[in-house]
Structure formats: C-alpha cells, structure tokens
Design a protein around this ligand. Structure first.
Ligand SMILES: [Zn+2]
Length: 199
C-alpha cells in the first residue's frame, strides 16, 4: 500500500490503460499528484467533461461531443464518399493525414468467429440506410489486410451489391497489418490512392 486508498486506487485505474503497466502507472500517478493545479485537476476536469459530453455518432459511429459528429455535420465534406474503418482509432489516423475528403463508417470491429463477433455486432445499419438513400456514390473499404478484415470486407461487399454504389478497397500492395492507426501518412496515402474496385 502506497499513500493510502485514494492513491492506490488512482494507480490501479491508471494501470488499466493501454501502454501503462503498474510501474508506469505509479510514475504517472506521482507526476499528477505532485502538480495538482497544473496536472491533476485539469485532467480530472477534462475526464469528467468527456464522460458527460462524448457520445457515439448515430450516423457514422465515431466519438464526438455532438451527434451527428462534427464530420457528419460538416457541409464541406463529400457525403457521397464513405470510408469504412474498423475502429475510431483508424478514423483518427485518416483524419490526421487529411487524405479523405468524405465521411466515415466505424464498424466497431471485424467479423471474427474466434472472438465471437458476428454481423449483428457490427455497426452497419446506418451504413445501409445511407447507401439506400441513394446519395452515396462510393464506399471505400479500409479494413485491415487480416483474415478477419478481408472476410468482413467481402461480407459487406455482398450486402452492398444490390445498391447502385461503387465499392472499392484500399490498395493491398501496401502493408496494412490490421490497424490503420499505426501507419505513417505516406503509407496511408499510398493505401488510399491505390484503391481499386472490390471483387
Ligand atoms: Zn458521424
């Protein structure tokens, strides 16, 4: 036990964050507690604010403090072009690169028998609704080149086949290892520009 229950609890919660084991959690806790005014309190306030305001966009599935999100609500985006990604992290990666002028659909996962993720677990209803509305001309499947990513892309393609919409996949000559958010901008740009009709 270090510093009593509150400190211990803070360390425990921090250690559950990705990339932070118990040792880094203790260092982070110490950094926060040593500078309450400049670090601990602003962080606590930002977390509380986020907990109250951040929600899932009912159109695309990303996280934002407004619904529809700032991307879906932006009239300068190309709403006829939808890029389908697995996670919000993938969307953030594409947004950082400023390569995609359209909107997104965040599936929230990929089909995986191993992890028990089936079609009903993926956020696709709003995608089908958008495509059915007739205002979408192209759906870009930017899923990882894993077995699960490929089978999810194939499954989506079949679901969308009945609609008058072009379906493309990001270039497979580039090493997408399953997570777009670890790619550098150059590789992302290559993946997007090398997209080709899905088949
Ligand atoms: Zn949205």
């Amino acid at each position: 036990m270090m510093g009593g229950g509150d400190v211990e609890r803070l360390i425990q919660l921090l250690s559950r964050l990705p990339g932070l084991g118990p040792r880094s959690a203790r260092r982070a806790a110490l950094t926060l507690l040593r500078a309450p005014q400049t670090r601990l309190i602003p962080l606590a306030q930002a977390m509380e604010q986020a907990a109250h305001s951040v929600r899932t966009c009912s159109v695309c599935g990303t996280l934002d403090s407004s619904d529809p999100c700032s991307i879906c609500a932006d009239p300068s985006r190309d709403h006829s072009l939808i890029c389908v990604v697995e996670t919000v992290g993938d969307l953030w990666a594409l947004e950082r690169s400023r390569l995609h002028p359209g909107t997104y659909q965040v599936l929230g996962g990929v089909l995986s028998a191993l992890s028990g993720i089936g079609p009903e677990d993926l956020n696709t209803a709003s995608l089908l609704a958008r495509v059915s509305s007739g205002e979408v001309r192209e759906v870009i499947l930017a899923l990882g080149a894993t077995v699960e990513g490929a089978s999810t892309a194939h499954w989506l393609q079949e679901k969308l086949a009945a609609h008058d919409v072009a379906i493309t996949r990001v270039g497979h000559g580039v090493p997408i290892g399953g997570a777009l958010d670890v790619l550098d901008d150059g590789t992302l740009a290559a993946a997007l520009s090398a997209r080709r009709p899905a088949q």
